[in-house]
Design a protein around this ligand. Structure first.
Ligand SMILES: Nc1ncnc2c1ncn2[C@@H]1O[C@H](COP(=O)(O)OP(=O)(O)O)[C@@H](O)[C@H]1O
Ligand SMILES: [Mg+2]
Length: 392
């Protein structure tokens, strides 16, 4: 495959038209690239900002070939794309990220196996297809443990925590109808959940973004705090884990590495996402280069941008149920205390379904505590206020 950089002016195709594609296209447009997006829905967030939209299903080979004929390079914005489709595209166009990493990260068995091969720690786990296996795995790994479907899960869907051995049957029957392959993981007693986003281009240049601390509510990312409130030693360790994975996987593009900082001082890799990630939205205003620009740079084999943190930041997600209060607040005079600069992003979605990711707010402040306090006092995220009491 060509090692040549694909320079601004070139045409980039994106598979998937959600908010990640939208922010990719916005960042790439600033750099002078043109975009065509393939997505089945008429008003997809990315279609609103791309130069062209091919409205078709992701498994429509004719539409994929049309996309390939129009663009110089193709990328994707979500990981549940059929690897066969990527292989089909590779016959007609440049797809620098390839299909292998996609294939690996689509299945927890493969993902864990390759993480172990890369020499990083994961929670002790067992592959499960039968109830008898689950029962003996629970004896070996103990409780609590978490049973997950091997593929197709997101935002905590397709998971059951097993607190006691007698819960095995119920957990197994709930998940096995969703997926014939499951994984049991020991529940990690963690101090923090963190993520590191790493980029690598075809030339082998590799860069990590600052380590992000993530707080989930109902298994959905609620906010990200950067710098993460962990020791320097742990920060270094987490960066090295991400770099090691990027090298081992011969990454091209962006990879988000979700990790647990265990109370035992160990870092455990939870899961991978081969694309820009919600926990990297803080980079848009808080870093020298955003994760979206970095992704474009990596895929186009440009020199990677600097990842320095320009200011501490707290990113908070705006879900469907928060939109009205956030928009009321935007028009109020007493909007935000001094010492915090707020930057708002909406993704152009019209339907405000509960739990749907509609936008996010980056709060830039020398003091993360001040931003966290404001999130609580604003009462926009009222149901989640107890989170801060636990964490602080
Ligand atoms: N082995 C584990 N130990 C402790 N917590 C876990 C474990 N696995 C998952 N979790 C919790 O559940 C959340 C969702 O799990 P994850 O595997 O990341 O699935 P998803 O695809 O839904 O993001 C994690 O962010 C973490 O809070
Ligand atoms: Mg996750």
């Amino acid at each position: 495959m060509s090692q040549l950089p694909i320079m601004p002016g070139a045409h980039i195709g994106i598979l998937g038209g959600g908010q990640l594609g939208r922010m990719m296209a916005l960042a790439g447009s600033h750099m002078g690239y043109r975009f065509t997006v393939l997505d089945p829905s008429e008003d997809a967030p990315c279609a609103q900002v791309a130069n062209e939209h091919i409205q078709a299903a992701f498994d429509d080979k004719h539409a994929a070939s049309l996309l390939a004929s129009k663009v110089d390079v193709i990328t994707y914005e979500f990981e549940n794309i059929d690897a066969n489709m990527v292989e089909h595209l590779q016959q007609h166009a440049l797809v620098p990220q390839g299909s292998e990493l996609l294939h690996t990260t689509q299945h927890r068995w493969r993902e864990k196996e390759s993480l172990v091969k890369a020499g990083v720690s994961v929670a002790p786990y067992r592959e499960i297809t039968m109830l008898s296996q689950l029962k003996s795995a629970i004896e070996e790994l103990g409780t609590p443990s978490v049973l997950k479907t091997a593929s197709g899960g997101y935002d905590g869907k397709g998971q059951v925590v097993i607190h006691d051995a007698d819960e095995c049957e119920a957990a197994f029957s709930k998940l096995i109808v969703m997926n014939q392959q499951l994984v049991l993981e020991q529940f990690i007693d963690y101090e923090q959940e963190i993520s590191v986003i790493v980029a690598r281009n075809k030339a082998g240049e590799c860069k990590v973004f600052p380590v992000a601390e993530n707080i989930h509510v109902d298994n959905i990312l609620h906010c990200t705090i950067v710098p993460a409130r962990i020791s320097q030693e742990m920060t270094k360790k987490a960066e090295n884990v991400a770099l090691r994975i990027a090298q081992s996987f011969q990454l091209c593009g962006l990879l988000a590495v979700e990790m647990f900082v265990g109370r035992d001082g160990e870092i455990y890799v939870n899961e991978l996402a081969p694309r820009p990630h919600n926990s990297g939205h803080f980079t848009m205003e808080a870093c020298a280069t955003s994760q979206f620009e970095q992704h474009i740079r990596a895929v186009c084999n440009l020199k990677l941008g600097a990842t320095d943190l320009l200011t501490p930041v707290v990113m908070v997600n705006i879900l469907g149920e928060h939109v009205d209060t956030v928009q009321d607040w935007m028009n109020k005079k007493e909007s935000i205390p001094s010492g915090i600069i707020q930057k708002i992003h909406f993704y152009g979605k019209t339907e405000k379904k509960p739990k749907r990711k509609m936008g996010h707010l980056n709060l830039l402040s020398e003091q993360a505590d001040l931003a966290l306090q404001w999130i609580e006092e604003s009462r926009i995220w009222t149901t989640q206020s107890k989170v801060y009491q636990q964490q602080n």
